[in-house]
Design a protein around this ligand. Structure first.
Ligand SMILES: [Zn+2]
Ligand SMILES: [Zn+2]
Length: 194
C-alpha cells in the first residue's frame, strides 16, 4: 500500500481521561472494554514512532477537538484519532500544566454502583458511599444534597505508554497551517456540512 494513502479517522472511543500524578501528565483515550483498548494498542499505537506523535487541541468556544496521529512502522494498520468533547476542569488543568510533554496511554471506563464499591468510595456528589441509603434507591443521606442515586466510575489504565512531545493548542479559526488539524476538520466536519 502506498504511504500516501490517507490514514483513516477513528472516533469510536468514549472520551478522554487526564491523569496528573505521574512524571508527566497522562492523556488517556477511554474505551468501555479493556479488551478494546488492548487490541487497539497492539494493532496501532504500539507501532507509532514516539517522536512523530502529534496531539492537537482545537478549541471552539465551550468544546474542543482532540486530534492525534503519528507515523507508524505498520502504515497499513495506522489510524488517527479524533473526538469532539466539552471543555472541563481537567482539560484546563492539563492545558496549563503539561509543559510540552505527556504520556499517552489507553484506558477503560466503567460505571460503578453502590453495591460495587467500598464504604469510603466517593460519589459524584462529593459524599462517600456509606452516606448513601441502599433502602432508598441509593440516595444521598445529606439533607442539603440533591443526589438521588450513588454514581461513580472507575478508570483503568493500560501499563504501556508512549511519550508525546508535540502538543499544540489551536483556535478553530486558524488551523489551516496545521496539516493534521486541518485534515481532521475538513474530513469530519466541513465536508459533512455541505
Ligand atoms: Zn451527597
Ligand atoms: Zn451521591
Amino acid at each position: 500500500m502506498s504511504s500516501h494513502s490517507p490514514i483513516p479517522w477513528f472516533d469510536d472511543f468514549l472520551g478522554l481521561a487526564y491523569r496528573f500524578y505521574d512524571l508527566r501528565m497522562n492523556v488517556v483515550p477511554l474505551f468501555s472494554e479493556k479488551k478494546q483498548a488492548n487490541d487497539l494498542w497492539r494493532a496501532t499505537v504500539n507501532w507509532w514512532l514516539d517522536h512523530s506523535i502529534k496531539i492537537r487541541f482545537v478549541e471552539s468556544s465551550d468544546s474542543y477537538w482532540f486530534i492525534m496521529g503519528a507515523d507508524s512502522e505498520h502504515p497499513q494498520s495506522n489510524i488517527s484519532f479524533f473526538k469532539k468533547l466539552n471543555k472541563s476542569k481537567n482539560y484546563e488543568r492539563f492545558k496549563k500544566g503539561h509543559d510540552g510533554e505527556a504520556y499517552l496511554r489507553l484506558g477503560s471506563y466503567s460505571d460503578q454502583y453502590l453495591k460495587d464499591v467500598k464504604k469510603s468510595a466517593p460519589c459524584d456528589c462529593g459524599h462517600a458511599a456509606e452516606d448513601h441509603d441502599k433502602n432508598d434507591n441509593d440516595a444521598c443521606l445529606y439533607e442539603i444534597c440533591s443526589c438521588k442515586k450513588f454514581e461513580s466510575f472507575q478508570v483503568n489504565l493500560l501499563k504501556k505508554k508512549k511519550t508525546v512531545t508535540n502538543i499544540v493548542y489551536l483556535d478553530e479559526k486558524n488551523i489551516k497551517d496545521d496539516p493534521l488539524a486541518w485534515n481532521c476538520l475538513n474530513v469530519n466536519q466541513y465536508s459533512k456540512l455541505k
